[in-house]
Design a protein around this ligand. Structure first.
Ligand SMILES: *[C@@H]1O[C@H](CO)[C@@H](O)[C@H](O)[C@H]1NC(C)=O
Ligand SMILES: *[C@@H]1O[C@H](CO)[C@@H](O)[C@H](O)[C@H]1NC(C)=O
Length: 373
């Protein structure tokens, strides 16, 4: 009895572990079946089950479409526009790097027109699109003069300011500042900015480009009148004549009162081997140059990336227009006053007892020799 009781006790005791075992087994079996089902499902769904093709991932659809054309295009007509759906596009006349695009996709040129964040793009532009561009390289110290200069340029001009002292929002006091393009990079010169921010493709809509210093007196200058004269005389590269209380380096830039334009002068003896060559003709200085769109496209390419002040560039400009002694000239009836404030030059660092300005100048001399030999 005691044994039975013991056994029954054991049996009744071991009944619970048995139930637990069943539970473990059934869970395990469930997992295994689920796992097997899971493994077999993708093959089932793609091979055995007939999903409509629209449910298949789009990648697969694209893949199928790409497979077909090789055969079908051979049998179809020779029509180019028809075949272009299947063959790779290669348009050699597209800009470099964009040959794979249909020409209608290519926007090779840009502008500085401002856009709004709302409405239709075609309604953005002012009624009159600016046709000309003026870029000043400026410091805030010269703001009064910059303000006076900008006011000599009508709404037909896009205004670009290159700030070499980092001060931009300070110009908010001027009404015109809102429509100007402000580029701020500390301690660079105007040719550095021009090379980087006035690429001919970026400023393609502008017929004339003024790239001016900040220290010019413009009391006797009007930009619209200037452009009329430049157009009339066919000047591709020009500058307004200069009046200066101090001596003028090159005689050709000096104003001749009473005429509209001059294209050559007699220099001091020995300066010009040929009266049609710089500095007697085919020559302007680089403080207030004006370029036609076509001339700028050439000049931009000539600006080396390490050119700092641009001295020497003036002698090379004639390479960009033909014949230079007719297409480069100085406008006398719209003239400027050179105030000679060497604010850009003073950005150099003083070295070996030289002033900052001397340091900057000497560095450039070395460069200029390379440019025109
Ligand atoms: C190619 O097809 C287009 C559109 O159907 C048609 O305008 C064009 O004339 C065709 N070109 C040739 C060479 O058949
Ligand atoms: C701007 O250009 C147009 C078209 O050439 C001209 O009619 C207009 O007078 C110019 N604006 C100014 C302020 O000169």
């Amino acid at each position: 009895m005691a044994n039975r009781a013991d056994n029954s006790m054991r049996c009744s005791n071991s009944k619970k572990p048995n139930d637990g075992m069943m539970l473990v087994i059934s869970i395990f079996a469930g997992i295994v079946i689920g796992f097997l089902l899971g493994i077999s499902f993708p093959t089932l769904s793609l091979t055995k089950m007939n999903f409509p093709s629209s449910i298949l991932p789009s990648v697969a659809t694209v893949y199928i479409e790409n497979e077909k054309p090789e055969k079908s295009s051979k049998t179809s007509s020779q029509n180019e526009s028809d075949a272009s759906h299947h063959h790779k596009i290669w348009v050699p006349s597209n800009p470099r790097g964009a040959e794979m695009l249909p020409p209608s996709f290519v926007a090779a040129e840009s502008d500085f027109y401002l856009r709004r964040l709302w409405g239709l793009p075609k309604d953005d532009l002012p009624v009159v699109k600016p046709k000309y561009l003026v870029a000043f390289t400026v410091s805030y110290e010269q703001r009064k003069n910059i303000d006076a200069c900008v006011k000599k340029f009508s709404d037909n001009f896009t205004i670009v300011l290159f700030h070499y002292d980092g001060k931009t929002s300070e110009y908010d006091e001027f009404e015109w500042s809102k429509r100007a393009i402000h580029v701020s990079v500390p301690k660079q010169t105007k040719w550095w900015y021009a090379k980087r921010f006035l690429h001919p493709d970026i400023i393609a809509p502008y017929e004339y480009i003024f790239i001016w210093d900040e220290d010019l007196g413009v009391e006797n200058f009007d930009a619209e009148e200037y452009i009329k004269i430049v157009n009339k005389h066919g000047l591709e590269i020009s500058q307004p004549a200069v009046e200066s209380r101090k001596s003028i380096t090159w005689k050709i830039t000096k104003r001749i009162p009473g005429i509209e334009v001059h294209k050559e002068v007699e220099e001091k003896p020995g300066r010009c081997n040929d009266p049609h060559l710089p500095p007697c003709a085919g020559f302007i200085e680089i403080m207030a140059p004006v370029f036609s769109r076509e001339a700028w496209r050439c000049v931009w390419h000539m600006i080396q990336n390490d050119l700092v002040h641009g001295w020497g560039l003036d002698f090379a400009l004639r390479k960009c227009v033909e014949p230079a002694h007719e297409k480069i000239g100085v406008v006398d009836s719209q003239w400027i006053i050179h105030q000679k404030i060497p604010s850009l030059g003073s950005q150099g660092t003083a070295q070996e007892g030289k002033t900052a300005f001397q340091g900057v100048k000497q560095l450039n001399r070395g460069y200029c020799l390379v440019l025109y030999t």
